[in-house]
Ligand binder design. Structure first.
Ligand code: GLU
Length: 449
């Protein structure tokens, strides 16, 4: 099995592109065609024929995103532009064989042709000595393929225009280049987005004209947001880099994308890349649009995050935040965060001191009895013998019993005193981590405000 991912470097790698990359990668790393156990090959081709919109920076960004997702390739990156001599040679062959012809027909001419012959009649030009190059579509029959996801797809030849495959200046067009490149790379399976389905007959006709057997095709359904509209920025992070910046783990992004539209409930299926490669089946991908729901990704991310050792999670958080010395704070926060981005708002006070949240202060400490309770909690903490989590808990619970208040009414003022706000990791753990001296100093500062 030889598969490829063929991004156009006209922008960042988006979720839809990442899905195509991942599915191809899973096929290459999986049990082989029909489970034959033969290792597959994943080819990376950069479709940089659009010289105006393709940039080196976009190529670098795409490669970076693929590496971050853990999707390594076996061949490439091949530049499509670098294959130009071969495209020219294939083009010359088709012209020589009569499978293609020069024509200077304009869009106007095509329109006039249809007015004369009927709107669903494919345009056939008259061969000339120069002009753009058109591929000759057979007059009858169908161009059909068995899509591995969608089943039989067929286009009547009579209504297909003879497609332009090269401009008058000799530069080849997209559908021609793709077919020649897939042929040369001996691609066995083309797996790509559904937006390419109308390109497939043109590419099949190129294979046919060159006298070659085409690969098999599978077109992935469109991605929608939870509101049923085509996935866009409105639905949250759209590019892989944005997902990384939003604190998602590559493991979770891979897992979530793999489950999109495969008939699994995303929150029930937890896989590593290797496990997914073993279990992934193209035929199981649904034909209907897949819904990308960032909330589900968040949830799955939390599960992947908790699979990491504290060591590993600390390393990732230190890279993500650009800070060091986070291990103890990570230890007591790890059960409470779903993304790397959740960590600092929850636990940053353990490192940088309390945040400034006047509303929390007014509501919890300045409120009725807040200061008295805080003061009682301070005394209890001051007299704890060994400053450990169980001893801290016991001391604060004594205050609860003595005052007859609810636990939260005692713990919350302490929390606001040490964190500056109403969210933190476990209160006893946070107090223990700060230590007696710092905790008492923070409480004193809050009482003095
Ligand atoms: N370059 C195309 C794109 O980025 C993909 C072409 C293909 O997979 O055949 O949409």
């Amino acid at each position: 099995m030889r598969v490829r991912f063929a991004p156009s470097p006209t922008g960042a790698l988006h979720v839809g592109g990442a899905r195509a990359a991942l599915y191809n990668w899973l096929l290459a790393r999986g049990p082989g065609e029909g489970g034959d156990g033969m290792p597959g090959t994943f080819v990376l081709r950069i479709e940089d024929t659009d010289r105006e919109r393709s940039t080196e920076a976009n190529v670098a960004q795409i490669l970076d995103a693929l590496r971050w997702l853990g999707l390594d390739w076996d061949e490439g990156p091949i530049s499509q532009v670098a294959n130009t001599p071969r495209h020219q040679q294939a083009l010359a062959q088709l012209l020589a064989d009569g499978h293609a012809y020069h024509s200077d027909a304009t869009a106007q001419d095509v329109k006039a042709y249809k007015e004369q012959h009927g709107a669903d009649r494919g345009f056939r030009g008259t061969p000339q000595s120069s002009g753009a190059v058109r591929l000759r579509v057979p007059g009858q029959g169908v161009t059909a393929f068995n899509d591995l996801i969608r089943g039989e797809v067929s286009f009547p030849n009579a209504s297909m225009d003879d497609p332009v495959i090269a401009r008058a200046d000799g530069t080849v067009l997209y559908n021609f280049a793709v077919a020649v490149d897939d042929l040369d790379a001996r691609i066995t399976h083309v797996v790509r987005g559904e937006d390419h389905i109308s390109n497939t007959p043109k590419q099949l006709l190129v294979f046919q004209a060159l006298g070659q057997t085409p690969p098999q095709y599978a077109h992935l359904p469109l991605l929608h947001g939870p509101d049923g509209k085509k996935l866009s920025k409105r639905h949250g992070a759209a590019s892989v880099q944005e997902l990384r910046d939003a604190g998602y783990l590559p493991e979770a992004v891979d897992n979530y994308i793999a489950l999109l539209g495969t008939g699994f409930a995303p929150d029930e299926e937890f896989f590593t890349l290797q496990e997914m490669a073993q279990r992934f089946r193209l035929e199981r991908v649904s034909k209907s649009p897949a819904v990308f729901d960032e909330q589900k990704l968040r949830h799955l991310n939390g599960r992947h995050l908790r699979e990491l050792s504290t060591e590993e999670l600390t390393e990732r958080l230190e890279r993500y935040t650009g800070r060091t010395g986070l291990r103890a704070a990570v230890e007591i926060s790890r059960e409470k965060i779903q993304t790397l981005a959740d960590f600092w708002p929850l636990a940053g006070f353990l490192i940088d001191g309390p945040v400034d949240d006047p509303r929390a202060f007014a509501k919890v400490i300045d409120a009725d009895g807040g200061r008295d309770t805080l003061s009682a909690a301070r005394d209890a903490l001051a007299s704890v013998q060994e400053f450990t989590v169980p001893a801290i808990e016991a001391a604060l619970r004594t205050v609860v019993e003595r005052t007859g208040l609810k636990p939260g009414q005692v713990f919350q003022p302490v929390r606001v005193a040490i964190a500056g706000t109403t969210i933190s990791p476990g209160i006893f753990e946070s107090v223990a981590l700060l230590g007696r001296e710092r905790t008492l100093a923070l409480i004193d500062a809050a009482l003095a405000k």
